[in-house]
Design a protein around this ligand. Structure first.
Ligand code: GLV
Length: 359
């Protein structure tokens, strides 16, 4: 059967070829900018069977209502789906899929690199070279960074990405504070075993620890606070003025999760008034970052690193058509599973369907 698909952007030709090879009628919105809701609605009202989306597309109740009875699947090319109205999808009986797992390590390693970049002042150092301000070698002038090895890191949210990040931190002999609403003793004791192995092999200077702690304790004890929570009503502005005030003055905040988890106004104040030492952000309350964002204040440049929602953006992770490797492959597989009725047509058995509760 030939299904009609609208992709709101080119998620990768090799993966989209899998859809074409099945004989589906595929329209790809080829611009770099998103198509906007009006065009999405027009296509959904036009009776498409499948909609391939990214986190830039507002897939709200109006879109789902327009697809009631015709739209069979929304396949999101991302792990996060805060742009999708889950309740509306459920009310309209439309499944949506995501690309969990395949971007875990790309995102976790990026979070770690941000931590290193802001702490070791990579950007200020590079600027010194580029701007020809490197006049001599000196023990501590013009700047020093903060060493990462042996410090304490708080992992806020220990889902897939938070865990992968925590494991990477063991390689830097860090004390690891895990913080999550759902306590996972097995994971924490696994981390402890890794740290103990390094210590017993003589690979670390001391025995490091992994522990489960409260949010408040994580903020108070950590040298680095890294956020790995989904955006939910309860995580909106999780890092507000009160949370920033609890952090050490020497601590850094890393956010690769979702922008609204951090209150940017409060963060600006915290950085300006030096409540904390610095921050590195890959995500923002509004993306792309508005021209007049206070985060652009040149006064903050030396202690605030900012990136363009780049964490999962590796060639492998973004583009591989293999659903075990790439977001594009997994996105397309989610779409195909639903349309072809794989898994005996049972949506609850399909690995990439998110809103299984509706079926
Ligand atoms: C990226 O932020 C994603 O959710 O995939």
């Amino acid at each position: 059967m030939s299904f009609r698909i609208f992709a709101t952007c080119n998620i990768g030709e090799d993966a989209l070829d899998r859809v074409r090879e099945l004989g589906y009628d595929l329209e790809v919105f080829a611009e770099q900018e998103p198509p906007g809701k009006a065009l999405i609605l027009e296509r959904v009202r036009g009776g498409i069977d499948g909609l391939i989306t990214t986190l830039r597309d507002p897939i709200d109740r109006e879109v789902f209502e327009a697809g009631r009875g015709t739209l069979r699947v929304v396949a999101q090319d991302a792990v996060g789906f805060d742009n999708i109205d889950r309740q509306a999808a459920n009310d309209c009986g439309i499944p949506f899929t995501n690309t969990a797992d395949v971007l875990t390590h790309a995102t976790a390693e990026f979070a770690f690199f941000l931590l290193g970049a802001v702490s070791r002042k990579l950007y200020p150092s590079e600027r010194i070279v580029r701007e020809n301000r490197w006049s001599t070698w000196h023990p501590f002038l013009p700047i020093l960074g903060d060493e990462v090895t042996g410090k304490t890191v708080a992992v806020i949210g220990t889902g897939r990405i938070g865990r992968a990040f925590a494991v990477k931190c063991t390689g830097f002999q860090m004390d690891i504070l895990c913080c999550d609403g759902v306590e996972d003793r097995t994971f924490v004791s696994g981390l402890q075993e890794l740290l103990d192995t390094q210590s017993s092999l003589g690979l670390s200077r001391r025995r490091c620890s992994a522990s489960q702690v409260s949010f408040e304790e994580a903020l108070e004890r950590a040298d680095y606070v890294s956020l790995h929570v989904p955006l939910l009503p309860e995580t909106y502005h999780l890092i507000d003025a009160g949370a920033l005030r609890r952090m050490k003055q020497s601590a850094y905040l890393i956010n690769t999760s979702r922008g609204p988890v951090v209150d940017e106004q409060a963060l600006c104040q915290a950085l300006k008034e030096r409540w904390i030492a610095g921050a590195a952000l890959d995500v923002f309350e509004r993306e792309p970052l508005p021209e007049d964002s206070p985060l652009r204040d040149p006064e903050l440049t030396d202690r605030l690193r900012m990136f363009h929602h780049f964490a999962s953006a590796t060639r492998e992770t973004r583009l591989s058509p293999d659903p075990e490797i790439g977001m594009a492959g997994r996105c397309v597989q989610g779409l195909i599973d639903v349309l072809e009725g794989n898994y005996g047509g049972d949506l609850r058995q399909m690995p990439y369907v998110v809103n299984k509760e509706a079926f």
